[in-house]
Design a protein around this ligand. Structure first.
Ligand code: GTP
Ligand code: MG
Ligand code: NA
Length: 457
């Protein structure tokens, strides 16, 4: 363990929940952004991170009287957004494994749904403390928005019918959680949350409850969680995502959970062919309140103090496995020791991307979505013989075309959320490799399954 420095790092907060409960919209409200509007099909298909600094916390919690007087001891919150669609259980698992604290988002009109339960399972497995955001309260009949009041006040001031519907729906959700063996209660009802998970009614549309949610996260973090949030000299960094960015090559998005990362550091990473080392060429960060996964004007930094989401550029990064730790070698002779350390990381990822001799060729914009595609193929008993991240080039088509000599049904490229280079498409058309493209993951599954059905009928 490294020396602890007398400074609290920002907690890493993961947002989890069933599809369309409003996870991204809640972040949009906090950031004053419109990330959700730009998502294909309105669903999140990548994992991302946003830094919410202290001044934004201050500005958005003015209506919470008790909190206004509280000193904020944290630099901010680092919030990880995850997809709720069932295909992305890998990313929910990854996000929850990196966080100090979580927000489980439940739609007040729907109650608990399949991926709510899946997320709950992950949080329990990791012993992760969390709060429940009971979102979309503006959809209650005749709800009147009062975002400049605390949500407790806002509920109290509603008409009787609205208040009754609120009480009834809250009661239903409390019961559903109880059936899962979990005590939850409206956050203003209990004083001690050791036995209860706090429930915060929110609306990402009207802003009701958002200040309460943020202040609860901060209070909990700098209270109970503080011992775990001491900044240490020891680096703790985990690869969130691997992706190709035009002009930067393959980059890794990293959650720096502890320590300080510097430009030029010698990194030891876990790769598809075992551990390897490389130099951190550039450390890039989005502006505060901007999403790491959305292409932004990234800002170059010489050094970064945890916790932050950072994009690292460098050589050989295309080999990196997501979900694995990054080590920094301070002296050259440490590299081999750290490689040993890295090789102990038994990654289920490695077996997941194990290739067969015959099968389809799979390509995606990120390693996370590639994993999701492969999990689907595995489940559907469809073999794959090659994978890649980034645009489809001629060489990808050449690799896929090898199947024409073996079993032409596999001469297929499944391309998710990536461009197909024109030359690649022309060659594919000429030699008879079929390329399926989609920017919504389940459309890709559907199109491919339809094609297989046609082949076999
Ligand atoms: P995935 O990432 O795909 O799992 O969804 P998500 O949980 O991030 O939900 P998202 O932010 O994409 O919101 C889904 C839909 O619900 C969008 O149409 C939003 O505008 C809507 N929505 C989100 N929050 C609220 C809310 O508080 N009130 C209302 N009325 N609609 C909301
Ligand atoms: Mg989302
Ligand atoms: Na959505």
């Amino acid at each position: 363990e490294g020396m602890s420095l007398d400074y609290l790092r920002s907690p890493v907060v993961c947002v989890l929940g069933h599809v369309d409960t409003g996870k991204t919209k809640i972040l949009d409200k906090i950031r004053h952004t419109n990330v959700q509007d730009g998502e294909a099909g309105g669903i999140t298909q990548q994992i991302g991170a946003t830094f919410v600094p202290e001044d934004a916390i201050r500005a958005q919690t003015k209506m919470v009287k008790e909190f206004v007087k509280t000193e904020i001891k944290l630099p901010g919150l680092l919030i990880i957004d995850t997809p709720g669609h069932e295909s992305f259980s890998n990313l929910r698992s990854r996000g929850s494994s990196m966080c100090d604290l979580a927000i489980l988002v439940v739609d007040i009109m729907h109650g608990l749904e399949p991926q709510t339960l899946e997320s709950l399972g992950l949080l329990r497995k990791g012993n992760t403390p969390f709060v429940v955001a009971l979102n979309k309260i503006d959809r209650l009949f005749d709800w009147r928005r009062m975002p400049t009041s605390s949500v407790k006040e806002a509920v109290k001031k509603q008409n009787k019918n609205t208040k009754d519907e609120f009480d009834e729906r809250v009661k239903g959700v409390v019961t559903e959680f109880a059936e899962q063996g979990l005590n939850v209660a409206l956050f203003w009802e209990k004083v001690d949350f050791t036995d209860y998970v706090p429930l915060v009614p929110t609306s990402a549309h009207t802003g009701d409850g958002m200040g309460d949610l943020i202040s609860l996260l901060v209070t909990y973090s700098q209270g109970v969680l503080a011992p775990k949030l001491m900044l240490s000299e020891e680096l703790e960094a985990i690869v969130l995502e691997v992706k190709v960015i035009a002009g930067l090559g393959t980059t890794v998005d990293v959650i720096l959970r502890n320590g300080i990362l510097k430009e030029g550091d010698t990194l030891v990473l876990t790769g598809t062919e075992g551990p390897f080392s490389t130099q951190a060429r550039a450390l890039l960060m989005p502006q505060p309140l901007r999403e790491l996964r959305v292409k932004n004007a990234y800002v170059n930094h010489k050094a970064i103090i945890a916790s932050q989401g950072v994009k690292i550029t460098g050589k050989d990064l295309e080999k990196t496995l997501a979900g694995t730790p990054i080590f920094v070698a301070k002296k050259p002779d440490e590299i081999e020791v750290l490689k040993d350390e890295a090789s102990k990381v038994v990654s289920s990822m490695l077996s997941a991307i194990k290739l067969q001799e015959r099968g389809v060729y799979v390509q995606a914009s990120t390693l996370g979505s590639l994993e999701a595609l492969l999990a689907f193929l595995k489940q559907s008993k469809i073999p794959y013989c090659g994978v890649n991240i980034g645009p489809v080039h001629k060489r990808d088509v050449m690799k896929a075309s090898v199947m024409l000599e073996h079993d032409s049904q596999w001469a297929v490229i499944l391309a998710f959320d990536v461009k197909v280079e024109r030359e690649a498409q022309e060659i594919a058309d000429n030699v008879g490799v079929k390329i399926f493209t989609a920017d919504i993951i389940y459309h890709l599954f559907d199109n491919f399954l339809l094609h297989r059905k046609e082949l076999h009928d």
